[in-house]
Design a binder for this molecule. Structure first.
Ligand code: ADP
Length: 177
């Protein structure tokens, strides 16, 4: 990211984050209620590089963030090498496994591949501050919340696209670069 590009003061994280209005919902994983098969279906039906993990679909409380490639490698390894891991196995990102019926297959524990403190900003954070954080911390993505509920995601590419749009719309802003 070029350090000199300036933002219109009116741009907020909520204006740049995905999903946009009308887009499919944010693709999230739940911390202890999805099966290996459900996680595989979600990951394979999208191309996103990562997925926020939330407590539950209803709460949308953020727990962490997992990279697509780590998920795919871990599931693949577990299916090959870990006894009893099947499509119906529960995927568990919590420290302790939830109680399951005795006949249930063993759970797949994936807490180890989750980033426990992904960077977040609130929906009303001005974009100039968000960009500063991206630069200073070298972020690839950042999650957007409102009152503790997960709303969306901003990637480095989303910011670069937003910058390009601003300079197209407002050629005078180039004077300040
Ligand atoms: P990049 O922006 O570098 O292409 P991704 O492939 O992860 O990175 O994301 C592609 C687009 O999808 C971006 O606009 C991003 O904001 C959005 N996105 C990323 N992860 C998710 C997700 N889990 N659910 C919904 N949208 C996402």
């Amino acid at each position: 990211l070029e350090p000199k590009e300036e933002f219109e003061h009116s741009s907020l994280a909520v204006d740049v984050m995905r999903p946009r209005r009308g887009d499919p919902a944010l693709a999230v994983l739940t911390q202890d209620s999805m099966t290996v098969g459900e996680v595989e279906t979600l990951v394979e039906s999208t191309h996103y590089s990562g997925f926020p993990v939330v407590i539950s679909q209803e709460s949308q409380r953020l727990v962490g963030f997992v990279l697509r490639r780590d998920l795919l490698i871990s599931i693949d390894n577990a299916r090959k090498r870990q006894d009893g891991i099947v499509s119906a196995s529960l995927v568990v990102f919590t420290e302790h496994c939830p109680a399951q019926p005795p006949e249930a297959p063993p759970p797949l524990r994936l807490r180890g591949i989750m980033d426990l403190s992904p960077f977040t900003v609130t929906d009303h954070t001005p974009m100039d501050i968000t960009v500063d954080i991206f630069r200073k911390l070298g972020l690839r993505q950042c999650l957007v919340t409102h009152n503790g509920r997960l709303l969306g995601i901003i990637t480095k590419k989303d910011i670069l696209k937003h910058m390009a749009q601003i300079s197209n719309r407002d050629p005078d802003s180039i004077l300040f670069n």
